[in-house]
Design a protein around this ligand. Sequence first.
Ligand SMILES: C[S@@+](CC[C@H](N)C(=O)[O-])C[C@H]1O[C@@H](n2cnc3c(N)ncnc32)[C@H](O)[C@@H]1O
Length: 329
Amino acid sequence: MPPSTTKPETVFKALADATRHRVLALLSRHELSVTELVEILRQPQSTVSRHLRVLRDAGLILDRRDGNTVLYSVASYRSDVDAPGGVNGSLTGRALAWVAEEPLIPPMAARLEEVMGRRREMSHRFFHRVGHHWDALREESFGTHFHLEAFLALLPPEWVVADIGTGTGYLLPTLARHFDRVIGVEPVERMLEAARRRTEYYGLNNVSLECGDLGQLPINETAVDLAIALLVLHHVPTPDEALKELFRVLRHDGCVLIVEQTAHQSESFRERMQDRWWGFEPPRLCSLLESVGFSRVRSRPLLHVDRAADAPELFVVTGRKTSKKEQPQ
Ligand SMILES: C[S@@+](CC[C@H](N)C(=O)[O-])C[C@H]1O[C@@H](n2cnc3c(N)ncnc32)[C@H](O)[C@@H]1O
């Protein structure tokens, strides 16, 4: 968008120079720094800086900071008459497109390629040096889970999500960042209190917490798009009844996500966790889901390499609340 105060003569003057055309032609291909432009154009830095100033004042290029470097790019103008800036914007857009279409003279194109090649090499050289130490560096810098959280961005943010048996609300900050509305349900007051403190600490004003049980959830029928039960089902007295409750609160086409322990025989673990059930065989849990009406039921083992020596394997089960006639044949 040209600044509305830009005079036509400023724009025309800026465009009436062969070096500035080259600058625009280069910047329409890549965002470049002054140093890079100096190298490609083979002109003194003071000259390049002066041309950049003229182009920027005319609203033809933009600059932004990346650390200590200032990078320049061509301002974007649509070339149709409805473009922002009206006829002026459209005219400027056409002029810029015209200049950008001009082929670069071969030595300049080669130097531009050299600059881009060096950018690539810099990164490749770093990773060549780092090699397999990358994993440690990655975890040290960003932790172990950010990529998993990133996948949530694939789900519709307008979903209402219920975390049943939320415990201390471990999952709530992550869910609250991605979904418009989150409901945490927990029957044990002490856990609920911890979840409340967590939501307050993170200022999660799209999370509501309810005291309730999977036997009878304090959620209306078809109110939820995604119902999550992480490590909860092996604590409930009647898992099949609990699944019916999850089914009830889901809207049509809503999803259920259950993470469970596989059936195990570790006395020490069960004693420590006071589990009601010794976990589930994935196929059995899948058929329980199907028997209450879920479709597209799938289970997958979870690879969690950092589990305790006596902890059971975990698996995830997902399903949909679709009617039978909508299921793929
Ligand atoms: C192992 S914790 C998991 C907590 C949380 N989902 C997490 O992943 O950190 C199990 C939670 O389920 C809750 N719970 C136990 N029985 C339940 C029931 N019948 N209905 C709902 N939640 C229940 C417990 O109070 C506890 O907070």
